[in-house]
Write a protein that binds this ligand. Structure first.
Ligand SMILES: NC(=O)c1ccc[n+]([C@@H]2O[C@H](COP(=O)([O-])OP(=O)(O)OC[C@H]3O[C@@H](n4cnc5c(N)ncnc54)[C@H](OP(=O)(O)O)[C@@H]3O)[C@@H](O)[C@H]2O)c1
Length: 312
């Protein structure tokens, strides 16, 4: 079977750039949307040019020009959106409704992967304000996709290692603390941590796979299901140094939201669901889902003790 042609929308983004690389690496003809709005953003332009150098096609198109999106989509079989969705960066998930309209009109797309790559929004109906907006908007996009009968795969990628591992899951920092570490409750809730390049590899593996058609792909490989305490122990073993642990109760953690800006409040809410409630692991993957490492056992995913070595 010929490999599908892929269009990545949001290709210069944090996860998007890795999706582009994985698509090229797995031999797909890869197109990346080049938006005129990037203007003088030299970093984005140079990244796009580096994709081109590696064999990607840059295709001009704008969310302000429906026709240009339709034309871009007509070139490919699969569309992957990695639209921004993190409040302390930018959050434009609902713009994807324009993409859904364009996919509907183009009529040729065999698979659409909207910007998800986090928790499963379908299981987050109870989520706290104000962070629930992320899940709500992802569900609005899902509904538009399903109403338009567009074939889809939703990727639930769990915790990006860059945001959750290097910092031992501490808020408001990206590197390991030197002396003391906050522990969420007893630190024994199971979480799933993933290297972002592995997320991209699994995502591209899924796009032509009939087993993931109209399903959710959960990236939850067994050796990357760890508690926060286990993550800290990995770090202590690597550095041969013990950190002081300060346990925070759920109540105190939630109270810390007070006085924070919007992005901070969203972050606390998401951390609460992950580290106290266990929302990444407190359910079995049912009929509507598949687990990535079971489907693709050939992927030698990065374990977190290995990942942490870059911070030593
Ligand atoms: N699981 C986790 O731990 C985790 C962590 C972070 C993010 N995520 C999820 O991953 C997804 C992507 O997030 P990200 O952090 O990778 O995003 P990002 O880097 O902040 O942005 C991705 C891309 O969105 C596009 N974009 C932003 N504003 C736009 C606008 N006004 N019009 C058109 N395009 C616009 C840009 O595309 P161009 O390349 O065209 O400029 C940008 O590169 C989100 O769904 C987010 O929720 C999950």
């Amino acid at each position: 079977m010929a490999k599908s042609k892929v269009l990545v929308v949001g290709g210069t983004g944090y996860i998007g750039r890795r999706i582009v690389q994985a698509s090229l690496a797995q031999g797909h003809e890869t197109y990346v949307l080049q938006r005129p709005e990037i203007g003088l953003d030299i970093e984005k332009l140079q990244m796009l040019l580096s994709f081109k150098k590696q064999g990607a096609h840059l295709i001009e198109g704008s969310f302000n020009d429906h026709k240009s999106l339709v034309e871009a989509i007509k070139q490919v079989d699969v569309v992957i959106s990695t639209m921004s969705g993190v409040h302390f960066r930018s959050h434009n998930l609902l713009l994807q409704l324009k993409l859904v309209e364009a996919i509907k009109e183009a009529g040729n797309v065999k698979r659409f992967l909207p910007s998800e790559f986090g928790m499963d929004p379908a299981r987050m109906g109870h989520a706290l304000e104000p962070g629930r907006v992320t899940f709500y908007e992802k569900m609005v996009v899902r509904k538009a996709i399903e109403d338009a009968n567009i074939p889809f795969t939703y990727v639930v990628a769990n915790c990006f290692a860059g945001y959750f591992v290097g910092n031992l899951s501490q808020l408001e920092r990206l590197t390991p603390p030197k002396h003391q570490v906050y522990l969420y409750g007893d630190g024994n809730v199971k979480v799933v941590f993933m290297d972002e390049d592995d997320i991209a590899t699994y995502t591209i593996k899924a796009i032509d796979d009939p087993r993931t058609l109209n399903k959710t792909l959960y990236i939850r490989p067994p050796e990357n299901i760890l508690t926060q305490s286990q993550l800290i122990q990995n770090w202590e073993k690597l550095t041969e140094k013990k950190l002081d642990k300060i346990s925070i109760s759920a109540q105190d953690f939630l109270a810390s939201m007070k006085g924070m800006d919007f992005a901070g409040q969203v972050g606390v809410g998401h951390f609460y669901h992950i580290f106290y409630e266990g929302c990444l692991t407190n359910f079995e993957i049912g009929e509507q889902g598949e687990e990535a490492s079971k489907l693709y056992p050939e992927v030698d995913y990065i374990r977190m003790d290995e990942y942490l070595k870059i911070y030593t």
